[in-house]
Design a protein around this ligand. Structure first.
Ligand code: AVJ
Length: 320
């Protein structure tokens, strides 16, 4: 049939990030199998994450946003006006307006690896803060970044909300905190959100909600592999698992094979037996002292912190 395209799969395939491909191939060859959580956030994954933040079980976004708006006056007093606010992994920047409205910054520098997201959210913020210079930087914030000339000489406030630091093991988190000192300079401040250790009865449902949105978010990684890497992973043969690892004080997400499976990714063959898993995310939780030790190890001294009445989440201000 001449009307049939010669290679139908090519029509749907997106240009894959070579780093995604490398992480997937290496992660599935390793034991235990593991793929870094940063790859959740393609367009579909980012949309599913936005839905997660509205779930009744997922408290972090609600609690952190409330802390920011409730304590923005105290934060502004300690930070002072005229700083360049540099946000690491700004994403959709929904918490940012609370901070910008309070601290009277001289400039706002959102850093994100996704250029599309960055441009959209910068445009939305520009409409709300017409006099504020906004200087987006498309970059991977895991490495020190050359800050734009536009903010040369300005004192800096780093902003790292969402307990994103929780996705990193301690060694990676410390490397990032030190890279932030490099990027921002000595004398800078950092406002960081860190999720607290609490009962697994609260933590596990936050990562395994009744509506199955988090399950869809986790399973989307397999769909992304199929979409971007010309793969045939049978997604229906996997299920979402969320577990509390008490030794590491973290919620882990895994994808578990529910039967023996075989699949092909960019020509490489993989097999998994029923019950075997791919580790897809760590979400570390911190006691009050854990949080301070981590910041100090990363060369930041905590100077103030705010928590909610149930001690669910902490916003910490530190200086370098
Ligand atoms: C974006 C890292 C804050 O760990 O809570 C939400 C991601 N994963 N539900 C978190 C996530 C599953 C989230 N962070």
């Amino acid at each position: 049939d001449l009307a049939e395209p010669i290679a139908p799969a090519l029509h749907d395939r997106r240009a894959a990030d070579p780093a995604f491909r490398a992480d997937v191939l290496a992660g599935l060859a390793a034991r235990p199998r593991a793929i870094p959580a940063r790859w959740f956030y393609d367009r579909e994954g980012s949309e599913l994450f936005e839905k997660i933040t509205d779930l009744p079980e997922y408290y972090p976004t609600r609690v952190e946003t409330a802390l920011l708006s409730r304590h923005s006056g105290d934060i502004a007093k300690l930070v002072g006006p005229g700083r360049a606010v540099v946000e690491f992994g700004s994403g959709s920047s929904t918490k940012t307006p609370h901070l910008l409205a309070a601290v009277e910054p001289a400039a706002y520098v959102p850093i994100d690896i996704s250029g599309d997201f960055l441009r959209e959210s910068s445009a939305a913020l520009a409409a709300d803060f017409p006099k504020l210079p906004i200087v987006p930087v498309e970059a991977d914030f895991m490495h020190p970044i050359a800050t734009p000339d536009r903010i040369a000489g300005l004192p800096r406030l780093g902003f790292f909300p969402g307990s994103t630091i929780g996705n990193m093991v301690a060694r990676t988190a410390v490397n990032l905190l030190r890279a932030m000192v490099e990027t921002l300079g000595e004398g800078s401040m950092l406002l960081i959100g860190m999720d607290r250790v609490k009962s697994p009865d609260v933590l596990v449902p936050a990562y395994d909600d009744a509506q199955g949105v988090t399950a869809a978010f986790n399973l989307n990684l397999l769909h992304r592999i199929n979409r971007d890497l010309d793969a045939d992973v049978p997604v229906d043969a996997f299920r979402h698992r969320a577990i509390w690892n008490d030794v590491h004080a973290r919620v882990e997400m895994h994808l578990e094979a529910t039967r023996d499976v075989a699949f092909t990714i960019v020509g490489e063959q993989y097999m998994m037996a029923a019950g075997e898993t791919i580790h897809t995310e760590n979400s570390h939780k911190y006691g009050p002292r854990d949080a301070r030790v981590l910041l100090r190890a990363g060369a930041w001294e905590p100077i103030a912190e705010w928590t909610d009445e149930n001690d669910q989440f902490a916003l910490i201000l530190a200086e370098a």
